[in-house]
Design a protein around this ligand. Structure first.
Ligand code: NOJ
Length: 733
């Protein structure tokens, strides 16, 4: 017996190192709980290995010093992340293989890139997508983007951008979903679902990144990267909800902004990054800085040097440094000096590892390599791109139903710098989109009107400059045509990052071209491609019809041609207001009422915007029945049903979006004049009807936040607003 015990003990002693050895590798066991795997992995990592996880390198076209270039052999296998600006999945797999097989612990790299409105198939810019109000199509576009991206070697996109638009001079309004907080929240969820699918570890799904956290769109005067003066009330009411919605939808990552929020830059803001994002909302993924936003803390004068910038950003809650190497360079010393606790390092690395585990990178570190023709621009992708582009376009004006171009026009002049363009029409952040993939407007029109109308093309002028030599040809093209369609707009880099403009009017030469064409007496139709709303005060009076086509992307030609011919009935409605002039900015539909509503407006322009948020015409007519409410008095715990029946009274099928607004005329904190709370888009055949419904949940739709983010639901009067109808109801205890 005694001998047996001794033998057993000896066996146990020999076996222990083995068991311990096994336990050591628990992070490789896909069946173990994620947190257990991370605990195990963290216990094995050196400080250097941890810091490497928090640094992002770059690859591809940029001059950043930490660009790994083609020198993969020289790159450490321990790198944590790569901003991968390449369409080559094989190279990604090679780099990944190096990390897996040559680093001590074999931790996979996460590869990210800006696939903002498409990867190789380019969809309309997000501002335009929002005008479609079609969440299904937007979600599909994100899922296609995810698939093309994944097959090119990506695990992660730096999208969606949720900066609620406030100043159209700021070029980045093109990248978000417009001026409404609720719309941005809905599209946040839509984009996260589209990119991440139902399970992040599935093939073809990629992690989303909500950006730019937070308030970046309030950069003063619309100048990019500038100071943003944001009250806590505005922060909570306008800017937080889309991020909160995106986090609740499961967004894996967040990007901290460049802006200085009232003295505490977004990338060093403990309140927004840790107290709100991590503690209040429970985000368990990680935050990446924006490009250089850690270093920028020095320029923003809150850090005396890069070391202090590192400490501030890291301690505020930025877990990964995009491309600057500041974490690599300064975290070791900061830890050694006790300025950064090891527990904070571990927590940050845990968050990064968690996202990698959720992506399934430990089990499936490589992407499939398929031929390019199976990867990109598949027919169904192009179809989605066309549908989304067409539904994004907004018919702003259509005097005497000059549009669509029916058989009444035998010859049409097609004029302007945008007609044959294949670069600017994709917009900023075109991903890996290529001009040669774009169906130009010219090509689209040739196809659409072949055998139906003669097209007389003239460029007329360039986007800017002073060369009016092309005007003569343009005028003669107009003279021999029944109608004149002018395709004007902005170059791609007039919006997007660093794309601020002091005026949102088109350059004078473009306006002058229209004035010349107007003199021919032919109806002038304007097709405007831009990354922002434009100042149309002069052009508006010269044009019989105007369509905002935005920057529609790869399928521009078919989408534009379909709208012009009537093959597609316009159904877009503005996600952002078109002011009369640049000087009317800021102007957005949900402003607060003035103390003297009838005075104080600019004397030299009309009081209203030229085209408000929500505006958009169709080739058919919709007649709204009377809105019906299920009650006129409800308790806080009740629900109120609002319904409206809409009839398509025209002779074309169409899609109509109904927007439901709530107005709270009196509250302890002043409320905007009205706020969008729900929208729905439905297809209605000509002559048929559809019922739209909004279930009002007081806690959700009638409450408001205060400057601490606390919700309040106050009894009293409310109105539900649809179109031009406003119905009163009362909320009681
Ligand atoms: C800077 C931009 O602000 C951000 O939106 C983008 O994701 C990064 N650069 C990476 O390209």
């Amino acid at each position: 017996m005694k001998r047996q015990i001794v033998t057993f003990t000896l066996l146990l002693l020999c076996a222990l190192p083995l068991a311990a050895q096994k336990k050591k590798e628990i992070y490789k066991d896909k069946n173990a709980p994620i947190e257990t795997r991370i605990d195990n992995l963290l216990s094995l990592m050196t400080l250097e290995e941890k810091i490497m996880q928090m640094n992002q390198w770059t690859y591809g076209k940029n001059a950043n010093p930490n660009n790994i270039g083609e020198k993969m052999k020289e790159v450490s296998p321990m790198i944590g992340s790569l901003l991968y600006r390449s369409t080559n999945p094989e190279y990604r797999n090679q780099i990944q293989k190096k990390a897996i097989s040559e680093s001590r612990l074999g931790i996979p790299i996460i590869f990210g890139f800006d696939a903002i409105h498409g990867y190789r198939t380019v969809f309309p810019i997000p501002l335009a997508q929002a005008c479609s109000w079609n969440t299904d199509l937007v979600q599909q576009s994100c899922a296609i983007t995810a698939k093309e991206s994944w097959l090119s070697g990506l695990d992660w996109t730096f999208s969606p951008m949720l900066d609620v638009a406030r100043d159209a001079r700021w070029g980045r309004v093109s990248e978000g979903y417009g001026e409404d907080t609720y719309a941005n929240s809905v599209f946040a969820v839509t984009a996260v679902k589209g990119y991440q699918g139902t399970n992040l570890s599935d093939k073809y799904t990629i992690a989303a990144c909500l950006k730019h956290y937070i308030g970046y769109s309030l950069s003063e005067g619309g100048r990019d990267y500038h100071y943003s003066d944001i009250s806590n009330q505005t922060l909570w009411e306008t800017f937080m909800p889309p991020f909160e919605a995106g986090i609740k939808a499961g967004a894996a990552t967040v990007m901290s902004g460049f802006n200085d929020i009232s003295g505490v830059p977004a990338s060093a803001n403990y309140y927004t990054l840790t107290e709100v994002l991590k503690k209040k909302w429970g985000h368990d993924g990680f935050v990446i800085s924006d490009w250089g936003s850690v270093r920028n803390l020095v320029e923003q004068s809150v850090a005396k040097d890069l070391k202090e910038a590192t400490q501030k950003a890291f301690m505020a809650g930025v877990e990964m440094d995009m491309v600057d190497n500041t974490y690599m360079d300064y975290l070791p010393a900061l830890v050694a000096e006790g300025k950064v606790p090891m527990a904070t390092v571990d927590e940050a690395v845990r968050r990064i590892l968690r996202v990698k585990m959720k992506l399934g990178l430990f089990e499936n570190p490589y992407v499939d390599v398929v031929p390019e023709k199976k990867r990109y621009l598949l027919p169904e992708y192009l179809k989605t791109a066309e549908l989304l582009a067409a539904e994004s376009m907004v018919l702003l004006k259509n005097d005497n139903s000059v549009l669509p171009i029916t058989t009444k026009y035998k010859s049409i002049a097609i004029i302007g710098p945008m007609v044959k363009d294949s670069v600017h029409i994709m917009g900023f952040w075109e991903g890996m989109g290529r001009p040669q993939d774009v169906e130009t407007i010219y090509a689209g029109l040739q196809k659409e009107f072949k055998g139906k109308a003669q097209l007389n093309y003239a460029k007329g002028c360039d986007f800017d400059g002073d060369d009016r030599n092309g005007f003569t040809d343009a005028v003669s093209a107009a003279n021999k045509s029944d109608a004149v369609i002018v395709f004007l707009g902005e170059k791609r880099n007039w919006s997007g990052e660093n794309g601020s403009r002091s005026t949102i009017a088109l350059p004078k030469i473009q306006e002058d071209l229209v004035a010349e064409l107007k003199k021919t007496g032919k109806p002038v139709i304007l097709m405007l491609s831009s990354g922002r709303p434009l100042e149309l005060i002069r052009l508006n009076t010269m044009a019989s019809a105007i369509v905002a086509i935005w920057q529609p992307g790869t399928a521009a030609g078919s989408a534009v041609a379909g709208i012009l011919s009537g093959r597609s009935n316009p159904s877009g409605k503005l996600s952002i207001t078109f002011p009369q002039t640049t000087g009317q900015i800021p102007i957005y539909y949900n402003m607060r009422e003035s103390a003297r509503p009838n005075s104080g407006h600019y004397q030299d322009i009309p009081r209203d915007a030229l085209y408000w948020f929500g505006h958009g015409l169709s080739y058919t007519n919709y007649s709204y029945g009377s809105v019906k409410l299920s009650a006129t008095k409800i308790k806080k715990t009740d629900k109120l049903i609002a319904e409206v029946e809409i009839t398509n009274t025209g002779d074309r099928d169409g899609k109509e979006t109904v927007m439901w607004f709530i107005k709270d005329p009196f509250a302890s904190i002043s409320r905007p004049m009205k706020e969008l709370k729900h929208f729905e888009k439905k297809f209605i055949k000509a002559g048929e009807k559809a019922v739209y419904r909004f279930e009002i949940d007081p806690a959700q739709h009638l409450s408001f936040v205060d400057s601490n983010g606390e919700r309040h639901l106050e009894t009293g009067d409310f109105y539900v607003i649809v179109n031009d109808q406003q119905l009163h109801f009362e909320l009681i205890e």
